[in-house]
Design a protein around this ligand. Structure first.
Ligand code: HEM
Length: 187
């Protein structure tokens, strides 16, 4: 994956516990890169090991780490100069989710080695969306849950997510039912 992803994990670790936490995570992960370059690609294994390292050091499940990372990713990429892309991909949550493939396709222009996931979005009656998630990579569905929460925050819309089809149970993709609306906003 592009180093931008590992930089995002670094950024979240520093936010949670400073550089010392990041070093602990890297050491638990057996990752000895001093830094990651955003536009270089690294083996996926490095990212998976960082997630496992974070899970050991923080005493969280890998699923919880992936969710936290997904949520952080929307904030992080907006801050790293990708906010303008967000702005052109829809003015509402449903519009934005329908454009996730277009967004990654646009990113592919500057990141030719990107192997993005694919999303199929269907609007259901009553502020509900059915979202299929198709990926080349196993085990990242919890990250999607975090991402959807982060996207909801971007639009100041609460989301309640049901993981209705799971690749971890043998399906060939994942599927989420997303109920959204102001009434679902936390606090
Ligand atoms: C402008 C913001 C974003 C940027 C810059 C970005 C970029 C990337 C990059 C670099 C990867 C790694 C793939 C690779 O290197 O081959 C990735 C993967 C991924 N992206 Fe995005 N992304 C953005 C927003 C989103 C959003 C909002 C979602 C919402 C659902 C999303 C869903 C995913 C998922 C699930 C993956 C995991 C990879 C997989 O399943 O194979 N991304 N993205």
């Amino acid at each position: 994956m592009y180093g931008l992803v590992n930089q995002g994990v670094h950024d979240l670790a520093v936010k949670l516990g400073g550089e010392s936490l990041w070093h602990e995570i890297k050491s638990a992960a057996g990752v000895d890169h001093e830094t990651f370059l955003g536009m270089d690609t690294y083996p996926d294994d490095v990212t998976y090991r960082l997630v496992e390292g974070a899970s050991v050091v923080l005493g969280m499940s890998t699923s919880e780490v992936l969710q936290a990372f997904g949520r952080h990713w929307t904030l992080y990429t907006a801050r790293k100069g990708y906010g303008a892309i967000f702005d052109t991909m829809g003015r509402t949550l449903p519009e934005f989710l329908a454009n996730l493939d277009a967004m990654h396709a646009r990113l592919s222009l500057s990141m030719p080695e990107l192997r993005p996931p694919s999303f199929v979005c269907e609007q259901l009656p009553g502020d509900r969306i059915r979202l299929e998630y198709w990926s080349h990579r196993p085990g990242l569905a919890p990250m999607v849950i975090g991402l959807l929460t982060g996207v909801g925050e971007l639009f100041s819309v609460g989301v309640a997510i049901t993981h209705s089809v799971c690749s971890s149970s043998g399906a060939d993709h994942d599927e989420f039912l997303i109920d959204y609306g102001p009434a679902l906003t936390d606090g």
